[in-house]
Design a protein around this ligand. Structure first.
Ligand code: MSP
Length: 516
């Protein structure tokens, strides 16, 4: 199945056991940036997110709040849905695992796994991490003193009849795929982790729970509910109509790219690949595992008071704007690495937006206003070396960005256009248009400087459209450019035409008195 020119991107579906926080917001914003970029360059794009509503974790949380899992999800899912609207997330769909369409799709998937002879009845005895919804081997459990490697909470001993999926049968093919497709798992270091764990061997996977009622019943034995990860991973195709009457979206967009946090890479590459092999469907195009956020150097925790929750995020957005938050999140570390939320870094990132990008645009719009009545002048021959350097950087930006987006180097995607704005500021400092303006004999030189600076900031803003959707569009309006749903190709094919009437110069990122 070819999907050239098509791009399907997903986030994990989140557990609605509590309100979303920085971690969920981060993945969703990164996926949003990718979706926006691919749409801008004219690809047929689909962006999916949603909620993972079954499993023991939801049951236990509901119990602790004296409510039912059904009531708990009805309370929390709308919070996720409305948050994504509030954060201007451009998802095309939102899948809930309690929806009828998802259940129908999961049943179809499990039936196909049964038809392949890949499911058998046995009994599970062993350790379970209820926060991660993960079976843990005796060796791993012992190594972590019978506590969760992620949350530190005690593991729970399970003993019950269970259906198993023949994971062992597929493990060699999955390993072969991971080894032969270098891009399948990114980044590289994480890929190696999966390879070494998989090479050590796997057991068949327990895929049903007979002691749990909150889940999708197994079609062949409704006394069991389907293991929450089998249920959850299926969302990526059930949301596209797989196993239902209308699977046009599935036919059009699958295979997709999964953006996830590093702690759930194993599920997405090993379990999910084996499931897809069992039902005879193509594997995902790529699984990209990003790092984890800490805050001020420590694990985020409510008791330590460093938890970046919705309230804190809304405060930052209120003070600095949503686009500043988006930029900071991408800018904070090379994509894939762990990240640390610090006030110092946030202020540094905001300064790049206000003092480098915003200031550069403002200087240019103001100078064109003052020296040429707001009408963009043409550049004149001969150009000097300093001009050619800026022109080369300006021209190269779209291509460099395409490379970085292709490799999902999101930090680079954020920084490259800012670097061009920084170079433009340097160019203005060096060519001194304010002095040229005083000498009528230097009018042509002044016009060249104004034109080339404007072309550079224009490209920088275009390059930031996926990351700063509101601010980049506002900046482009100051340059007299309306986007009107044009693709990047159309925009790039036309430099700013001389004679263009620029708009009002206004600070894009006004200074904020309050510290972050
Ligand atoms: N429901 C599963 C995923 C099923 S996907 C088929 C799940 N949900 S979750 O609510 O726990 O969300 C996990 C995801 O949230 C991580 O993979 C990551 O994308 C994001 N993050 C949660 N905490 C995070 C950090 N501290 N830092 C970065 N992202 C983390 O797992």
């Amino acid at each position: 199945m070819s999907n050239r020119g098509r791009f399907y991107i997903t986030t994990p579906i989140y557990y609605p056991n509590a309100e979303p926080h920085l971690g969920h917001v981060y993945t969703t914003i990164c996926a949003d940036v990718l979706a926006r970029y691919h749409r801008l360059v004219g690809e047929d794009t689909w962006f999916l997110t949603g909620t993972d509503e079954h499993g023991i974790k939801m049951v236990k949380t509901a119990e602790s709040q004296n409510t039912t899992p059904a009531e708990l999800v009805e309370k929390n899912v709308p919070i996720f849905e409305s948050l994504w609207k509030e954060l201007n997330i451009s998802n095309d769909d939102f899948i809930r695992t309690t929806s009828a369409r998802h259940k129908q799709g999961v049943e179809a998937i499990v039936r196909r796994m049964l038809d392949s002879g890949d499911i058998y009845l046995g009994s599970y005895e062993g350790w379970y991490d209820e926060g991660q919804e993960e079976f843990v081997t005796e060796t791993e459990a012992k190594a972590n003193e019978y506590k969760s490697a992620v949350s530190g909470r005690p593991l729970v001993r399970y003993k019950e009849p269970s259906y198993f999926f023949k994971l062992k049968k597929y493990a060699p093919r999955v390993l072969e795929h991971i080894q032969s497709q270098a891009d399948f798992i990114q980044p590289e270091a994480r890929r190696n982790e999966v390879i070494s764990k998989l090479s050590a061997g796997v057991e068949d996977l327990s895929i049903s729970r007979s002691s749990l009622k909150w889940g999708i019943p197994l079609p062949n034995d409704p006394q069991h509910v389907i293991y929450v990860w089998i249920d959850a991973l299926s969302n990526y195709i059930t949301a596209m109509g797989y196993g239902q009457a209308d699977d046009a979206l599935y036919q059009r967009y699958w295979p997709g790219v999964h953006l996830i946090g590093k702690e759930i890479l194993w599920f997405h590459t090993v379990y999910w690949s084996a499931m897809l092999m069992s039902i005879g469907q193509p594997l995902p195009r790529q699984v990209y595992a990003h790092g984890w956020w800490t805050a001020e150097g420590r694990k985020m925790s409510k008791s330590m008071g460093n938890f970046i929750d919705l309230g804190k995020l809304r405060g930052v957005i209120g003070d600095y704007g949503l686009d500043a938050l988006r930029y900071y999140l991408l800018r904070a570390a090379p994509f894939g690495n762990d990240l640390d939320w610090t006030e110092t870094d946030f202020n540094k990132a905001f300064k790049e937006l206000s003092d480098v990008l915003g200031n550069c645009l403002n200087r240019i719009v103001k100078m064109v206003g003052r020296y040429r009545g707001g009408v963009l002048p043409a550049a004149h021959e001969p150009v000097e070396e300093i001009d050619r350097n800026l022109q080369a950087q300006t021209e190269m930006l779209p291509q460099r960005l395409a490379g970085s987006y292709g490799r999902v180097e999101l930090q680079q995607c954020a920084m490259l256009p800012i670097e061009l704005a920084r170079a433009t500021n340097g160019y203005i400092d060096a060519t001194e248009p304010f002095k040229l303006a005083k000498d009528p004999a230097k009018a042509a030189r002044l016009e060249t400087v104004l034109n080339l600076s404007a072309q550079a900031i224009y490209r920088s803003l275009l390059g930031l459209l996926a990351i700063l959707p509101e601010k980049a569009a506002a900046g482009l309006r100051q340059l007299g450019v309306e986007l009107e749903g044009r693709t990047m190709e159309q925009l790039l094919s036309m430099p700013l035409p001389p004679g263009l009437q620029l708009g009002e110069g206004q600070p894009l990122f006004p200074r904020v008195e309050k510290p972050a």
